[in-house]
Design a binder for this molecule. Structure first.
Ligand SMILES: [Zn+2]
Length: 237
């Protein structure tokens, strides 16, 4: 049992090294850069949609403008008897309507202009952010490689220790260990916590039923029904 626990301890050191690497500042910068790139993608998609809407609004306004220009031309062609007050009134109303329409069109064109400005600025800003974070990411990737390398010697040494220890561990015990580790559970072997008659899993603290306690005492170990770890009794105690 001592050998497999030693094996577990050394594997824990290797796991800690991987954890240090994955929680390193460089890794954070890389992840942030990936997030920024992903967000930029969806923001660009939104901007593209907005730009499309602006173009279609602009085209619609152009149609309306054409119609109003047509109206003006029609009005110009009309021959109106100055004496005919009713006709004059009608002409005046028509001119007023066309004028109003042109004012509205001008206002809308201003709005579209402002929106186009906004889209362009936003587009530039996103482009800047992405390019900035890309530079940071490249630097972080280099730093991360350096950081990983700094553990290489240590990792080779620990792996060699594991390889030689493995030869001293009974196959059935090692298989038990491997089975739990394959589920990415660490530690795989935990000591039973004994308090009077109550025995609990050293991993998840679940109380072991009476039938389990008998098996634990007979075989020296039992699989936890809850967290799947191998619970053992420390014989040295
Ligand atoms: Zn458990």
């Amino acid at each position: 049992m001592n050998k497999i626990l030693e094996y577990q301890r050394i594997e824990g050191e290797l796991i800690n090294i991987d954890k240090k690497i994955s929680q390193s500042n460089s890794m954070k910068v890389i992840n942030q850069a990936n997030d920024i790139a992903n967000n930029a993608k969806s923001e660009m998609k939104e901007l593209d949609k907005k730009a499309g809407e602006l173009v279609s609004s602009f085209n619609k306004l152009q149609d309306i403008m054409q119609k109003n220009i047509q109206n003006i031309q029609n009005l110009e062609k009309q021959k109106v008897e100055v004496a005919d007050k009713q006709q004059l009134r009608k002409l005046y109303d028509n001119i007023k309507t066309v004028n109003n329409n042109l004012n509205i069109i001008e206002q809308r064109l201003n709005d579209i202009n402002k929106n186009i400005d906004w889209v362009l600025k936003k587009f530039q800003k996103i482009k800047g952010n992405v390019s900035n974070s890309k530079d940071k990411k490249i630097k972080a990737q280099q730093d991360l490689e350096e950081y990983k390398k700094s553990f290489d010697d240590k990792k080779v040494k620990l792996q060699a220790q594991l390889d030689s220890l493995k030869k001293e561990i009974p196959q059935n015990v090692f298989k038990l260990y491997q089975k739990v580790r394959e589920e990415n559970i660490y530690p795989a072997f935990v000591e039973a916590n004994q308090e009077g008659d109550v025995i609990r899993c050293g991993g998840c603290k679940t109380q072991i039923p009476v039938a389990g306690i008998n098996k634990l005492k007979n075989d020296g170990y039992i699989e936890c029904e809850r967290c799947r770890r191998i619970i053992f009794i420390n014989q040295d105690k």
